[in-house]
Design a protein around this ligand. Sequence first.
Ligand SMILES: [Zn+2]
Length: 296
Amino acid sequence: MDQHTNSDQPPSEASLLPHARFTLVLLLTVGFFACNDRQEFKPLKSAGITPADSMVKPVAAAPAKPAKKKKKIYLTFDDGPNLGTPNVLHIVREEQIPVTFFVIGEHTAASRLQQATWDSLRNLPLAELCNHSYSHAWRNRYNKFYASPDSVVKDFDQTREMLQLDNHIARTPGRNAWRIDSLKFTDNAKSRTAVDSLQQAGYTVVGWDLEWHFNPKTLNVTADADQLVRQIDTLFARNRTKRPDNLVILAHDQAYRGTPDTIELRKLIRKIKQNDNYEFAVVSSYPGVPQKPAPR
Ligand SMILES: [Zn+2]
């Protein structure tokens, strides 16, 4: 009864209190989020952006920088296969760099180890294989060898046929000679006619710009990797290579039979790899070298 009576009377102040509290909480909550919204979305001007700027505009792509043209270094190894060749091959495989081997025909079949090394050379795509004659100038009898141009051509032909080389790139034993289109150079005048004969027979003859010398008695290299790098930098800087921005290094497999020399070879390779101005290349990509064997 009391309940009924109370419901007919106007609500007391005390009974209104929970509703008022709820309304107050609701208003405060809405106000809080409204304030927060204003903070999140600052006026564009106060952020230093005008409304026009805020519109998405097509942005012109920055012109692509032309790829930096690197200077090319052709690392070449002469006289293999021999006792140093497996170490060179091991490093080439690990460092994944292209190199060129000028092989001696006679050496590819001189022993079981050399035969096996020759097989490894043939099966390494990073290795380009070129001709360093069959007998290495009749086993280093240079003057007699080069005095007989026809015999010189025959000696190179023997290796090309025996090894079924897919190029006509040759390097003359003991002579720094070049015959690449108009590039003609012979360090020893007595060999000139013989080298000309090789070119007439279709060979491209490639010498070197820098030799990594070794002691003929100990077979150890006579300069370390740092010295070689300095020589490379200087030759490029002074434009002292046969063709600008291209440098051919002559090294000899047999100098890398032992650990200390092998370490220097790896050092040299890594220093060149780390230099952003340089890159390794194989001799067949040297400027002017014909891409296909010259017709005979
Ligand atoms: Zn040689």
